[in-house]
Design a protein around this ligand. Structure first.
Ligand code: 13P
Length: 275
């Protein structure tokens, strides 16, 4: 059965602005004609030029992090409104590298999710267990905690703007993809959590992506699993041939069709600032 599929590339701290525009010029013709939108999450300095070069293509540009405040004396930080003005339509939040290298807590990620929705930037909330937690049989517990804490207080009407990405920490950048069984079980569990949080209709419609060593050779079977609505690709998104192959693999299977894009989606309900 065809389903909506998202393909998101996360460049992490790779590519200068010049390399970013070269990349988009090279990628655009390779994915022309594929249905659906391709999301690229690029470094801050590449957002504006990449968004400019991505106009008239089916590529949308986003960021990899943002601060939880609207503005303020936070040296070195960046606000959602700045990203938006630069051309970002979405932001990755709670990536495992932010959690584990930069010590981001569930509470901070929760505040960032609320801020992103308020600033009309689509959050892609990343969750995932470490190998230690998996081996201790705590995967479900960790996923539930990360989902419930991050999405606490998000109104039902904002659920349609959320994307969740399940990325087992041990599968990121290691070449060790989770087994299909593990992926399906985790996604079914995440879906149950989202339904509990937002109800069947809204919770059932939130895209859940898989990330962790996705490559052209494994993407089709991953996307075939129940409740997998797309992929978040790190290393394999850095080369246009490889990334285009990933896009084509899913499109070739007929799975890729027009997704709800930030250009057409309704903006989140504006709420008054609490502080
Ligand atoms: P890799 O695809 O390099 O494993 O990275 C996954 C990831 O962290 C995407 O956000």
């Amino acid at each position: 059965m065809a389903k909506n599929v998202y393909v998101v590339g996360n460049w992490k701290m790779y590519k200068t602005a010049r390399e970013a525009t070269d990349y988009i010029e090279s990628l655009a013709p390779k994915i022309e004609g594929t249905k659906g939108m391709i999301y690229l999450s690029v470094p801050y300095t590449s957002i504006a030029p990449a968004a400019h070069y991505a106009k008239e293509t089916n590529i949308v540009i986003g960021a990899q992090n943002m601060n939880d405040a609207r503005d303020g004396a936070f040296t070195g930080e960046i606000a959602g409104l700045m990203l938006k003005e630069a051309g970002a339509t979405f932001v990755i939040l709670g990536h495992s590298e932010r959690r584990h290298i930069f010590g981001e807590s569930n509470a901070l990620i929760h505040r960032k999710v609320l801020r992103a929705l308020q600033d009309d930037i689509q959050p892609i909330l990343c969750i995932g267990e470490t190998s230690k937690e998996r081996d201790a049989g705590k995967t479900d517990e960790v996923l539930k905690e990360q989902l419930f804490s991050a999405l606490d207080g998000v109104p039902k009407e904002d659920a349609e703007h959320l994307i969740v990405a399940y990325e087992p920490v041990w599968a990121i950048g290691t070449g060790k993809t989770a087994t299909l069984k593990h992926i399906e079980e985790a996604h079914l569990f995440c879906r149950a959590c989202l339904t509990e949080l937002f109800g069947k209709k809204q919770g059932g419609a939130i895209p859940i992506l898989y990330g962790g060593s996705v490559k052209p050779e494994n993407v089709a079977e991953i996307v075939d699993q129940k409740e997998v609505n797309g992929v978040l690709v790190g290393g394999a998104s850095l080369d246009t041939d490889t990334f285009a192959e990933i896009v084509q693999k899913i499109a070739g299977g007929g799975a890729l069709k027009k997704t709800t894009t930030p250009k057409t989606r309704k903006p989140p309900i504006r709420r008054k600032k609490k502080e």
